[in-house]
Design a protein around this ligand. Structure first.
Ligand code: FAD
Length: 493
């Protein structure tokens, strides 16, 4: 008989796992607490404006190609490579740095700041390239059955990379570059991992290789939600049912297996197999009462920063801004040192702005722009009270208006703000952490909550807080790994 699978959560992890399993012949049902599928990769429509609420670009676009190739379908959306990758504005500097993959063009951006930039960058990126390719299949795209298995795999990584475990991301940059601006810009990516460049191991410099040389950055024509719509079309073709507005609040076990997932209204979902796309650490504590994942122990883990997001519909066209932009202050080290620990909202906030209407005009009415602003802030363990959200919004809009030379505040047609409290409630994100568990060396591979349950033999996990980790392409890799495990352990019929 065909095996049935219930996937709990319709984030990218749940949707892509459902896609792979349904094409392999499993009978899949998805249950999702929200009224729209997509999880953090979601959409917001208001007053004629359309916003992607979370992810706005991604690296390793070939992982999406692999997902659709693996099921024999053409990719159902159009990928668009970013060039430049993004721009960076640093307070006090009159330059706007455009970050190109083309190193000769990038060298022009750093002219007068970093001598011999191109040669230095080539050398730096060669080291990053080697570590990326030496770990890709040994560590990232691999299932681990035990800590020993993981350590054995780590031991096969060429020993020349060992010193990088003991240096920080920043120290590695200091070995190659003199200019503060180059070091700051090349270290921004460390914040996505849940730490600062000053305490992230230097191995993660490999991310600059993925961004600047390997595959660059991509977004999707018509907006990021086209990814979700494309997957939904294929799931429908395969008869996958999606039950929205259905939050799982209890699980039932029988004989070492999960038997049912029970919703808040008492609806039961029975299946042969279960895949949890909710946060893999939080779910184990909340519903399986695992002693390793009590709130006290979850609080001691390292979590990525929480998002503070603003969605703005603005009247008029803003010339002084591009599609992807970082706005930084001039106190990088001090900011990095306090951002994870401060119980007050940042005073001179660092933030990211995406203006989707620059390349997708249908996202905003004619003559208008839609702005998505993301300011990473401490999670709810550190700053639980966001009643002062308006202050941070004002601060950001004031600063942004000045830097781009446009009166944004007086041209707002629509505005929505999500503090970490909203992010936590919407998707059950632990303490509002935006990208889930961080990626320090003690929280990766077999040290991360496994994608296979420790006790229940038919329960699996996919998504940001299980292996390999967070970010859209990595979650898609996670769906491949979990599908392999399920196929090996429980064939479709
Ligand atoms: C503001 C922001 C910006 C980001 N920007 C980028 C970016 O530019 N590029 C990039 O690559 N990544 C980005 N990320 C990270 C990326 O969004 C995540 O890594 C990825 O979307 C995680 O997918 P997921 O499937 O693991 O989880 P989710 O998207 O969180 O999906 C999990 C789903 O499970 C549902 N759920 C939870 N509990 C239950 C329950 N009990 N019952 C039923 N359903 C439940 C949730 O509602 C949710 O829909 C960003 C994240 C945020 C928050």
């Amino acid at each position: 008989m065909t095996k049935s699978v219930v996937v709990i959560g319709a984030g990218l992890g749940g949707l892509s796992t459902a896609l792979r399993l349904s094409y392999k012949g499993y009978k899949v049902t998805i249950v999702e607490k929200q009224s729209t599928p997509g999880g953090r990769l979601n959409i917001l429509k208001q007053d004629g404006f359309t916003f992607d609420i979370g992810p706005s670009f991604f690296s390793m676009g070939y992982e999406f190609k692999e997902l659709f190739e693996s099921i024999g379908e053409p990719i159902p959306f159009e990928l668009n490579e970013l060039d430049p990758l993004y721009t960076v504005n640093i307070a006090g500097s009159d330059r706007v740095f455009k970050i190109y993959k083309d190193l000769a063009k990038l060298a022009e951006e750093f002219r007068g700041l970093e001598e011999d930039f191109e040669a230095k960058a080539k050398k730096y990126l060669l080291g990053a390239k080697e570590i990326f390719h030496d770990t890709e299949y040994r560590i990232i795209k691999k299932n681990f059955n035990s800590i020993l298995h993981f350590l054995a795999s780590m031991a096969t990584v060429p020993v020349k990379h060992l010193p990088k475990m003991f240096r920080t991301f920043w120290e590695e940059l200091e070995r190659h570059f003199d200019s503060e601006e180059v070091k700051i810009i090349f270290s921004l990516v460390a914040f996505f991992l849940g730490a600062t460049p000053f305490n992230t191991p230097s191995v993660y410099n490999l991310l600059n290789y993925t961004e600047l040389q390997h595959d660059g950055y991509w977004n999707v024509k018509g907006g990021m939600y086209k990814i979700v719509e494309g997957i939904l079309g294929l799931l429908e073709k395969k008869g996958v049912e999606i039950k929205l507005n259905t939050e799982i609040v209890r699980v039932e076990e029988v004989n070492g297996a999960m038997k049912s997932a029970v919703s808040a209204t008492g609806e039961r979902f029975d299946a042969d197999l279960f895949v949890v796309n909710a946060d893999a650490a939080w779910f184990r504590g909340k519903f399986l009462n695992r002693s390793k994942y009590t709130p006290e122990k979850l609080d001691k883990l390292e979590w990525t920063l929480a998002p503070f997001t603003i969605y703005l519909g603005v009247k008029g066209k803003i010339d002084g801004i591009q599609h992807h932009n970082y706005f930084l202050g001039n106190n990088f080290r001090a900011y990095a040192d306090t951002i994870f620990r401060s119980s007050v909202a940042p005073e001179k906030p660092y933030y990211y702005v995406n203006v989707a209407s620059k390349s997708n005009p249908e996202c905003a009415p004619e003559g208008c722009e839609n702005l998505f602003i993301l300011c990473p802030v401490p999670d709810l363990r550190v700053k639980p009270d966001w009643s002062d959200a308006d202050k941070l919004v004002n601060e950001i809009l004031e600063d942004l208006g000045q830097r781009v030379g446009y009166d944004i505040k007086n041209n707002i047609l629509t505005k929505v703000v999500y503090t970490p409290n909203e992010w936590e409630k919407m998707f059950n994100l632990y303490r509002g952490s935006g990208l889930g568990l961080a990626h320090g060396l003690n929280q990766i591979g077999a040290f991360r909550p496994s994608n296979k349950d420790e006790k229940l033999k038919n329960l699996y996990y996919v998504g940001a807080s299980t292996t390999p980790g967070t970010g859209l392409p990595i979650v898609v890799i996670g769906s491949k790994l979990i599908t392999e495990r399920i196929e090996n352990e429980h064939s479709a019929v």
